[in-house]
Design a protein around this ligand. Structure first.
Ligand SMILES: [Zn+2]
Ligand SMILES: [Zn+2]
Length: 450
């Protein structure tokens, strides 16, 4: 490649904003000022949220996710700053056990024998948001079984065996996949129950509650190492007009936490085999009002999950086309069995509505990764539109109209994808260095979308 070609390539990548697989459009552009018509080719960023697919687009998505979450916690982009005084909780909901897996317990060992009757939800609202929670979530994968085989090892954090079943032959793969497939419905039932119990707590019916308060949420799904979906949810109570209005004083963080705890214990959905699906007994509730540093931390935490594929694996980034493809591309035996279970269950007519084959790469999970109630904060769409109009304004091109049609995907020069990723990595590093230099050494992470 000569210098001129290289420059053209870099310019093209720059126009596609470092996207690895941009969409090619061709069409006619009309200048609304001069009436001049030109045929034009455009490269548009793919906007894929997944880091393993497109690092540059995922970076933007992550920044947007961060803004989406944090504006609902502390205000901004149309949400008033007064939401910071409304009751706001960060709740983690887990799946029940489908078989014992390798883990790291509080004592540092793997599986411990536990009295099944003592295993239960933590009573109090946690007041801190810290790394202590890791063990807490690990426990969710380790609910007690009658015949827990014992692993005497102490696993390191990066041990690939973590989350893998101790006895795969006893792991309920079908049950795990079906649970993932129903978690969105289970969540919807849980929210309805939270609203109902909140009304009851205030001595109101649901209509009256709506006149007094609104409940808003944002949730992100995370697939744990054992292949089951966790939900991380921010819940906020507003007044009757939404974020701009104060909630009634009787709805405190403590009351909301208690109502959530009861709703999570009671909520259930029935699958087609008439089995009741419920949440796991481990849950975590954190009060974001009492801990000011909680909001930026939770925002970063959720934004990080927003760009992940299932388990951060590139082979799980796209839909599978055949059973054989799963067998050949998924290296991890546990994940492969889960994906195969989803594929096989997807072939059964009574489960057709779950579209499990389309979601075998998500191990049965059919929902959106990030969802929120409308009143929580701004939307991804609004953030993207604001960015587009900013870019148009700063490009000096104001008066163009045109029609475009899809031509294909990717750059003409196949080397460009790799170049785009290198250029993006360099720009990102420079940007982050500049950011670090600006914010100083001992800041708590506020404002950092990465
Ligand atoms: Zn892209
Ligand atoms: Zn172990």
């Amino acid at each position: 490649m000569n210098a001129e070609e290289r420059l053209a390539l870099v310019r093209e990548i720059d126009l596609a904003r470092n996207c690895s697989h941009p969409i090619r459009l061709t069409g006619e552009v009309v200048s609304t000022e001069t009436g001049e018509v030109n045929s034009k080719r455009l490269l548009v960023a793919c906007k894929d949220r997944r880091e393993v697919v497109c690092p540059a687009c995922a970076y933007l998505y992550r920044a947007d996710a961060w803004i989406l979450v944090s504006t609902g916690l502390i205000g901004g982009k149309g949400t008033p700053a007064s939401v910071a005084s409304h009751p706001r909780l960060f709740v983690t909901l887990t799946a029940p056990s489908f078989g014992s897996v390798h883990t790291i317990t509080a004592s540092g060992g793997c599986v411990v024998r536990r009295d099944p009757l003592r295993e239960s939800t933590d009573g109090a609202i946690s007041r801190t948001f810290g790394d202590a929670s890791r063990d807490f979530f690990e426990r969710a994968s380790q609910e007690t079984h009658a015949h827990v085989p014992v692993c005497t090892q102490r696993h390191e954090l990066d041990d690939p065996v973590l989350g893998k079943p101790l006895r795969p032959e006893f792991f309920d793969y079908d049950g795990a996949v079906l649970w993932n497939a129903h978690v969105s419905r289970l969540w919807n039932n849980t929210v309805q129950l939270i609203r109902r119990l909140l009304a009851e707590a205030g001595g109101l019916n649901q209509v009256r509650l709506r006149r007094a308060a609104q409940l808003h949420y944002l949730k992100v799904a995370e697939v744990q190492r054992r292949g089951l979906v966790h939900l991380h949810v921010i819940l906020r109570v507003d007044g009757p007009e939404g974020a701009i209005s104060e909630p009634p004083s009787w709805i405190t963080s403590e009351l909301l936490a208690e109502v959530i705890r009861r709703a999570v214990r009671r909520a259930s959905v029935t699958d087609l085999r008439s089995r009741e699906l419920r949440w796991g007994t481990i849950m975590d509730i954190r009060d974001l009002v009492s801990e000011p540093s909680g909001a930026p931390r939770v925002s970063s935490y959720i934004a990080k999950y927003a760009t992940k594929t299932t388990g951060g694996r590139s082979e799980l980034a796209r839909r599978f086309r055949s059973r054989r493809q799963i067998v050949s591309v998924v290296g991890d035996p546990h994940v492969r069995r889960l994906a195969l279970a989803a594929w096989d269950l997807g072939g059964r007519s009574e489960l057709a509505h779950l579209r499990l084959r389309d979601h075998a790469h998500a191990l049965g999970f059919t929902g959106q990764l990030i969802t929120k109630s409308r009143g929580y904060s701004t939307t991804f769409r609004e953030l993207r539109e604001a960015r587009t109009s900013f870019m148009v304004a700063s490009s000096g091109v104001t008066s163009l109209a045109g029609t475009f049609h899809y031509e294909g995907r990717g750059y003409d020069d196949p080397r460009s994808s790799a170049w785009a990723e290198v250029l993006f990595a360099m720009q990102r590093e420079l940007r982050e260095e500049a950011f670090e230099a600006r914010r100083g050494a001992d800041h708590d992470g506020f404002g950092d979308p990465s």
